[in-house]
Design a protein around this ligand. Structure first.
Ligand code: SOE
Length: 380
């Protein structure tokens, strides 16, 4: 078995989700590569040490440049705030390492384009962790669409609703709350939540060509963790947009951190001439499917429990009827990435593919600012 020696930059929520994937990969997927957790790297020395100990990294390296250039590292995983993605990805690619980057790829299109240019020049395998594509029910949705069961698509809907920033007492910035700091994050729910929905929409329904959006910042000032001062909030708290897809269908998207009662209500629906599909992350083991061609007396929505061995990824896990969870979407993504290295067929979404999601995010933010339709650059 070949070793895949990992340098992990960042130790937060995503550092844990990805580390779990490296550790469990070979337990479930027969592959020629075995991840080895070599180096953990982070800004806070004590937290990095604890993280490395808990997850089993061989050593700790406080200097990220040394970590990504280390001779005993093959793959760099970027789990840091968005404002550091570009610098780390470029250094890692130039050092000839494979690069896996947490979403969104960057803060904006300019950064993402630079990253794509460098990574493609370096010719190193790369992937962006849009993990929801690897939820078996969503992968099954893609399969049903590709089998022609939905017919001509008319409507696509995608929501991502949370409620964790409603209190004006929640500060912005710093290690825990950088998602609220526009400098660190680039944007608010657009880059954080809509980006997931745009990636899933691209995957299931093809390119989005133009958008018109409305964004809102409900809490205009928050204390900044780093300066201790009350400062203007630069992120979007909520963002809604209408989209046109290259295939002629219409999209409706909503993301917010102000939907009281919803922690991570991520839903999607596709309606076509021959059928419809519905997914809800809170019941992620199910895919709802409406098949129009059934005889009318039995026609209706059917709920597929996506746990059979013939369902995507499920032959790797338990017996039919028994479910897998959120963390497995990262294991599945990693398995696809490693398979990509072994077969020479690059996995999606790679940096170039994620750049298109970044372009839609930017078009959405421009539209919200300027109150007009904005082209994404994608064509039919
Ligand atoms: C934000 O709360 C967040 O953690 C995102 O950053 C993740 O990408 C999403 O999957 C869950 O919500």
């Amino acid at each position: 078995m070949k070793e895949l020696r990992v340098a992990m930059v960042g130790y937060g929520f995503m550092g844990r989700a990805h580390s779990n994937a490296y550790k469990r990969l070979n337990d479930f997927f027969p592959l020629q590569h075995r991840p080895v957790l070599k180096v953990a790297c982070g800004r806070n020395a004590e937290k990095t040490r604890t993280f490395a100990k808990v997850w089993g990294y061989e050593r700790v390296e406080p200097d990220w440049q040394k970590a990504v250039e280390a001779a005993d590292v093959d793959l760099v995983d970027i789990c840091t705030p968005n404002d550091t993605h570009m610098e780390i990805a470029i250094a890692a690619a130039r050092a000839g390492k494979m690069v896996l980057c947490e979403k969104p790829l960057a803060r904006n299109v300019a950064e993402a384009e630079t990253m794509v240019e460098v990574i493609e020049k370096a010719g190193v395998p790369n992937m962006v962790w849009y993990n929801y594509r690897r939820v078996p029910a969503i992968t099954l949705a893609k399969q049903l669409i590709d089998e022609g069961r939905i017919g001509k698509p008319f409507h696509y809907r995608g929501n991502f609703l949370q409620d964790w920033t409603i209190s004006p007492e929640v500060p912005q910035g710093g290690a825990g709350l950088w998602r609220l700091d526009v400098q660190a994050a680039g944007s608010g729910v657009t880059g954080d939540l809509l980006a997931h929905n745009i990636d899933a929409a691209h995957y299931l329904n093809g390119p989005i060509t133009r958008v018109v959006a409305k964004a809102e910042t409900f809490v205009k000032e928050r204390k900044h963790v780093l300066t201790g001062k009350v400062e203007p909030v630069g992120i979007d708290d909520a963002c809604l947009f209408i989209a046109e897809f290259a295939n002629g269908s219409l999209g409706l998207f909503e993301a917010t951190r102000y939907a009281r009662g919803h922690k991570a209500l991520k839903t999607l629906e596709l309606n076509g001439s021959d059928g419809s599909l519905k997914f809800d992350l809170e019941e992620m083991e199910y895919l709802d499917y409406f098949e129009y061609k059934s005889e009318s007396h039995v026609r209706g929505w059917r709920r597929i429990h996506v746990t059979n061995s013939e369902h995507p990824y499920m032959d790797r896990y338990w017996v039919p009827g028994l479910v897998i969870g959120y963390e497995h979407s990262f294991i599945n993504a990693l398995a696809d990435f490693v398979k990509g290295i072994e077969t020479g067929v690059p996995v999606q979404p790679d940096f170039r593919n994620a750049l298109q999601t970044q372009k839609v995010c930017e078009a959405v933010l421009t539209s919200a600012r300027e109150g007009r339709w904005v082209e994404t650059g994608a064509t039919a």
